[in-house]
Write a protein that binds this ligand. Structure first.
Ligand code: CA
Length: 222
């Protein structure tokens, strides 16, 4: 997923960024409330992790603002404010979940998976299309029972396509879900990933829709 991390604590933010990246998410981080509102206005994110005690604009104000603007991005509040009242306020303002600091990283990751499943309409951590199976918790891909060794972006790409099996994605959309603001992207990079996935999994795993984009292969052929 493309995740917006709003956190002003440098140490915590960098720890979270490495953990989320290891879990094959794409993370953009901002460190104050004003930048958070700006980032949300692009409406590019699959979910956000939002601290409340932020410089410039408090996290509760950020949340109130984006929900008033109609932004529906799932938001998980990660805050040191642990009073029941704060949690109720956060949830009532439109947060999807609330975790208090200090927290266990494993629990945060599990809660992120819940939001991810809710978003994609899946009840389990497993995507299954034909012989293709993607384990979202173990971050593994098997095809016909055989474990496939994928690079991080290859995993992100096949997951993106498999989550939305009827959707055709343009190259730009795929690029956007794989690369962050500061990543330099070569123009043929998506083609390279697709080439590799076809080679590693099956030639039919990804279908090219001429002049439009790509989607996951037909279930009968994969
Ligand atoms: Ca803070």
């Amino acid at each position: 997923m493309r995740i917006l991390l709003v956190e002003d604590d440098e140490l915590l933010a960098s720890g979270l960024m490495s953990a989320l990246t290891r879990a094959n998410h794409l993370v953009e981080r901002v460190d104050d409330g004003q930048k958070a509102i700006q980032a949300f206005s692009h409406d590019l994110f699959d979910m956000a992790i939002l601290d409340l005690g932020l410089p410039k604009i408090d996290g509760t104000e950020v949340l109130k603002h984006i929900r008033q603007k109609g932004n529906q991005t799932p938001v998980l509040i990660l805050s040191a404010r642990d009073a029941t009242q704060d949690r109720i306020l956060g949830l009532d303002l439109g947060a999807d979940d609330y975790l208090t600091k200090p927290f266990e990283l494993d629990e945060l990751m599990a809660r992120i998976r819940v939001l991810e499943r809710r978003r994609s309409g899946h009840k389990v951590n497993q995507l299954q299309i034909g012989k293709l199976s993607i384990d979202l918790s173990a971050l593994s891909v098997t095809w016909n029972g055989k474990l496939i060794d994928l690079q991080r972006r290859e995993f992100m790409l096949i997951k993106k396509l498999a989550e939305n099996p009827h959707q055709v994605f343009t190259r730009d959309q795929l690029e956007e879900s794989l690369y962050g603001w500061n990543d330099g992207v070569e123009s043929n990079t998506i083609d390279v990933h697709i080439h590799n996935l076809r080679k590693k999994i099956s030639p039919d795993i990804i279908k090219t829709m001429r002049g439009v984009g790509y989607r996951i292969g037909d279930i009968e052929s994969i």
